[in-house]
Design a protein around this ligand. Sequence first.
Ligand SMILES: Nc1ncnc2c1ncn2[C@@H]1O[C@H](COP(=O)(O)OP(=O)(O)OP(=O)(O)O)[C@@H](O)[C@H]1O
Ligand SMILES: [Mg+2]
Length: 260
Amino acid sequence: MSRVISIANQKGGVAKTTTAINLAASLALAKQRVLLIDMDPQANLTSGVGLKGQVAPGGTIYEALTGNSPSADAFVLPTGIDYLSIIPADRQLTGAEIELVPMQDRERRLRTITNVLRSRFDYVFIDTPPSLGLLTLNALVAADSVLVPLNCEYFALEGIAELMATLDRVRAALNPDLALEGVLLTMYDERTNLGQQVSGNIREFFGDKVYSTVIPRNIRLGEAPSHGLPVILYDARSRGAEAYISLAKEFLARDHAAQG
Ligand SMILES: Nc1ncnc2c1ncn2[C@@H]1O[C@H](COP(=O)(O)OP(=O)(O)OP(=O)(O)O)[C@@H](O)[C@H]1O
Ligand SMILES: [Mg+2]
């Protein structure tokens, strides 16, 4: 059974894209067929897998969302990693936020695409921009569940009420089955009391939805994107790589448990 998971938090710089790339690559390494979809005009996901400026035969996610293309397959590009594909983005996607407004089924454009593609993949991960606009809305309507990264800083929970309210609105109007996949603590610094305090608060708030795996602050995770590589290929022995591999194991274990 394939699953579509959006990675969302309208707060900027909490490791949405880092988590999309590295969780996806770790699952691909475990021979899971994974599709990444870049729904952020910053296109950090696309450059993070080394495909900046590359376009699939049908175009980027921009053309997929705004055009009337018959074939969703035409937007999928293989990456340099076995089992890992991507629908790339570029700056043009900024325009979609406005161009989608008058379109029919404007919130369901991405869902139409993922529904066609899901049979080809075990997991589809959608990276979203730091806003709750129409691009993120499309990602939430297309998804079975949402994975929320939270950085372990003082304001981590700021904006979370708004995100949870948005999920409720999406459930009420557009996607009743949208679930909370999990909450991931990122950029954790064990040397500070603050990190421990904040992670404690988050666990109190979200209970067992929070992954036991915590992603530490790790310089290799920051460096890997500039080489167009997931961290497991850039420095497999780094703590960042170990953490995302451990997250992938926990993710798969939860998934198998849920499916009995
Ligand atoms: N655990 C980590 N340790 C060190 N640096 C990290 C870590 N996770 C992410 N980074 C770096 O922090 C920055 C923000 O991460 P990232 O781009 O993944 O966040 P984002 O939530 O996708 O941001 P945006 O909201 O702009 O899309 C990037 O430069 C990334 O390389
Ligand atoms: Mg990002």
